[in-house]
Design a protein around this ligand. Structure first.
Ligand SMILES: [Mn+2]
Length: 154
C-alpha cells in the first residue's frame, strides 16, 4: 500500500522542466499506487477551468491516465490555484478536497492542509484570503472575460 503526497509544484508554461519532472514522477512513481494527494499550488496560477491551456490539458490527461490505472487522486487548493473547480477535476479524474481535511492514513487520523491558513500573523493576507474564498466573489470573478482574468492573475 502506498499513498503519495505532493504540493507546490507551481506548474507553468515557462517551466517545462517542472512539467517534465512531474510527468516522469507520474510514470515512475504514481501509476498503480493507492492514493495521490496534491496539496495545493499545483499550478502557478489558475483563473478558471474555462482557460484550458495546452499545459492544463496535458496535465489533466496525464492525471486521468493515472486515475484510470486505479489510483485515487485528490486535489486541495493552494493560495495560487484556489479557483480550480470541478470541471478540471473531472477531466483529471481527481476529487477536490477541502482545506483542512482529516484523512485516515492506514489507521492514523492525519490532518491535510495547504498551510497558508496558518500564516495568522499576516493579517493583510488573511483578509485577502477570506475575500478570495468567498463564493460570491469567486462567481463574480469567474464571469469576467478570460482576458481580464489573465490580466488580474499577472
Ligand atoms: Mn502556497
Amino acid at each position: 500500500m502506498t499513498t503519495l503526497f505532493i504540493s507546490d509544484l507551481h506548474l507553468e508554461e515557462s517551466r517545462p522542466d517542472i512539467t517534465d519532472a512531474f510527468l516522469g514522477f507520474l510514470q515512475e512513481k504514481a501509476h498503480g499506487v493507492e492514493k495521490l494527494y496534491i496539496l495545493g499550488d499545483f499550478f502557478e496560477a489558475w483563473i478558471g477551468d474555462d482557460e484550458r491551456t495546452p499545459l492544463q490539458e496535458q496535465i489533466a490527461a496525464a492525471l486521468c491516465a493515472v486515475s484510470e490505472s486505479g489510483t485515487e487522486i485528490f486535489l486541495m487548493h493552494g493560495n495560487r490555484d484556489f479557483l480550480i473547480g470541478h470541471d478540471f477535476c473531472d477531466r483529471a479524474g481527481a476529487t477536490l478536497l477541502d482545506d483542512p481535511t482529516v484523512v485516515d492514513l492506514y489507521g492514523t487520523a492525519t490532518l491535510l492542509m495547504h498551510g497558508d491558513s496558518l500564516c495568522t500573523a499576516d493579517v493583510e493576507y488573511q483578509k485577502f484570503r477570506a475575500n478570495m474564498r468567498n463564493p460570491q466573489w469567486q462567481q463574480m470573478i469567474l464571469q469576467r472575460p478570460l482576458a481580464d482574468r489573465q490580466q488580474m492573475a499577472r
